[in-house]
Design a protein around this ligand. Structure first.
Ligand code: HC1
Ligand code: SF4
Length: 570
């Protein structure tokens, strides 16, 4: 252990601990901008500088290890002055029009500048011009980039994609798409992790709220909204609501306040996905020509984009079942439109997703089967939904709870855990077990596949057969798993892949909390919601059963194939 004092507080930490982490452990919060624990410890912004008694120079605390006997001052006059100058210099290259910035009020740079009492920009602002493809679901404003490198590191080290890099030299140094490419030309998975790790507003989703408001204002249209499983675990963060206040009932009420005609739950079609994918899996296992390669889940469009770009030979092993989002669109514009007696052309299907890749998934030509424009017309991220509620001055905490509409508003506990890594696999196994044996397993029989580790595996017995399954989250982990599979180092029957670390709970469209990684906590909440649901199995969802009785027939029927499956060729 190393013993030292930080701001007169004695500290004792393991050798190698940075001054910044040692200070945080002692309750001393040293401000930082570029720092991301274990990912970006480059000391680039120099906001976290501290003074070591007896030395002349200030050091960045994020990458300077605490040493025996050090006496550290984190807020001395020298430190304060240097920190202030460093932030003023950063501001001189930053478009600081905070009132029209999506991160206004939730920006690390704004907060630090305010904390340091910087009330005017001393230096002329020289920010690079913005030059970006506006139609792309990921939007970048170069004029706001502070070159902290967080996006570069998350994309490289966690996702293994290398989309971003430092470009230019001297005062023209900036971060841009690597190797001078355009964003639409590179294999960006659209996971959005660069956005949730950007401390300012340099990265965000394409804003589709104006289009959503237009649809809501058109009296000729029937607007139908679906809300993804993981959204319910996070939307309240943007309003500072506690867990009880941030209920699905209040979210449904709030969405009705801004004008949606029908408020439905993607959980309904998550259950439907399980019926189709579970049946597909069992059929594949029985198939004598089955080549022994695993079936991969396909509900995460970030993963599907990655697979198409990096492992095209594996695309035929993706489940043909569409994602719950796309099944919802297909069912809303066929079965539901028919039920309420409107033509599908009049229906506008809008999703609220924790995800950017869903904005691209809904536009794929292979996802349009209901015959009326796009099956899903528009995707909003969780952040866009909360911005819309705020712009309409909705105060969710003041609303009474309201149920989702019927018949696409009921979901099982198995459906809600889709939003956490391993949840799709667990939900599928619960129902596959029933389909294979005719009786329900203990709903928690497959809990071994839960957890926060990026790559987990388990073996289960299913109708006398041993099943080898794995769940990975984060594309770097997915890449490692696929390489191990291709080298014969591991063998699985069924693999769940989610592009975002922790699954959709940690999705790139979720509310941003500076310095927090909330996927695990949000995922835990989804498991609690599952445990409290009286229905724990997708095949017991009464509205899904009714959909089969009234419309689809049975899983993998011709109509189910037409509406609910795809070949991932686009
Ligand atoms: Fe997801 Fe899914 S779990 S992919 O993360 O399969 O986005 O939540 O909606 O479609 O259900 C996202 C979440 C979501 C789909 C479901
Ligand atoms: Fe989107 Fe979820 Fe996949 Fe992330 S894990 S890319 S949020 S579907």
């Amino acid at each position: 252990m190393v013993n030292a004092t930080i701001d007169r507080i004695p500290v004792s930490v393991p050798e190698g601990t940075s001054i910044l982490e040692a200070a945080r452990a002692a309750g001393v919060m040293i401000p930082s901008l570029c720092y991301l624990k274990e990912l970006n410890e480059i000391g680039a912004c120099r906001v976290c500088v501290v003074e070591i008694e007896g030395t002349q120079t200030l050091v960045p605390s994020c990458n300077s290890p605490l040493q025996e006997g050090m006496v550290i001052h984190t807020n001395s006059p020298r430190v304060r002055e240097a920190r202030k100058i460093n932030v003023e210099l950063i501001l001189s290259q930053h478009d600081g029009r905070c009132s029209s910035c999506v991160r206004g009020g939730n920006c690390a740079l704004q907060a630090i500048a305010n904390d340091l009492g910087i009330l005017e920009n001393l230096y002329p602002v020289q920010a690079p011009p913005n030059d970006w493809t506006r139609s792309f679901p990921l939007y970048r404003e170069a004029s706001k980039c502070i070159k902290c490198m967080r996006c570069v590191q998350v994309c490289d080290k966690v996702q293994g994609l290398g989309i971003w890099d430092v470009e230019g030299t001297g005062s023209r140094t900036t971060v841009d798409v690597s190797r001078n490419r355009r964003i639409a030309e590179v294999d960006c998975a659209l996971c959005g992790q660069c956005i949730t790790h950007c401390p300012v507003g340099a990265l965000r989703e394409r804003d589709d709220t104006a289009r959503a408001f237009e649809m809501l204002a058109d009296p000729e249209l029937v607007t139908v909204v679906q809300v993804a499983p993981a959204v319910r675990a996070a939307w309240g963060e943007a309003f500072g609501l506690n867990r009880e206040q941030a209920s699905t009932g209040r979210m449904a009420a709030a969405l009705r306040r801004i004008g949606f005609d029908y408020v439905f739950d993607t959980n309904f079609t998550a259950d439907l996905t399980i019926m189709e994918e579970g049946s597909e899996f069992l059929a594949r296992q029985k198939n004598l020509n089955y080549d022994g390669r695993p079936l991969f889940t396909s509900c995460c469009p970030g993963w599907v984009r990655f697979a198409k770009a990096h492992y095209p030979a594996l695309v035929s092993d993706l489940s043909t079942a569409k994602s719950p989002q796309q099944m919802f669109g297909a069912v809303a514009k066929s079965y539901f439109a028919e039920k309420i007696g409107v033509t599908p052309e009049k229906v506008r299907c809008i999703s609220v997703m924790p995800c950017l890749a869903k904005k691209q998934e809904c536009a794929l030509p292979t996802m349009q089967d209901a015959g009326a424009g796009q099956d899903v017309d528009l995707v909003l991220t969780t952040r866009e939904m909360t911005r819309m509620l705020k712009s309409e001055h909705v105060r969710p905490e003041l609303l009474d709870e309201e149920p989702f509409d019927s018949p696409l508003g009921t979901g099982s506990g198995a459906a809600v855990i889709f939003g956490a890594t391993g949840g799709v696999m667990e939900a599928a196994l619960r129902s596959a077990c029933f389909l294979a044996t005719g009786s329900n397993p203990d709903p928690d029989a497959f809990a071994e596949i839960r957890g926060e580790k990026g790559w987990r595996e388990a073996q289960f017995s299913l109708g006398g057969d041993t099943l080898r399954v794995a769940a990975v989250s984060g594309l770097g982990n997915a890449d490692r798993l696929i390489r191990a599979l291709l080298h014969g180092e591991v063998q699985y029957d069924f693999v769940e892949v989610m592009a975002c670390p922790g699954g959709c709970a940690g999705g790139g469209g979720q509310p941003i909390c500076e310095g927090c990684e909330l996927a695990g906590e949000r995922g835990g909440l989804l498991y609690q919601i599952d445990a409290a649901n009286p229905i724990r199995f997708s095949h017991e969802n009464p509205e899904v059963q009714r959909l089969y009785q009234e419309y689809l027939g049975h899983p993998l029927s011709e109509r189910a194939h037409h509406l609910l499956h795809t070949d991932h060729t686009a």
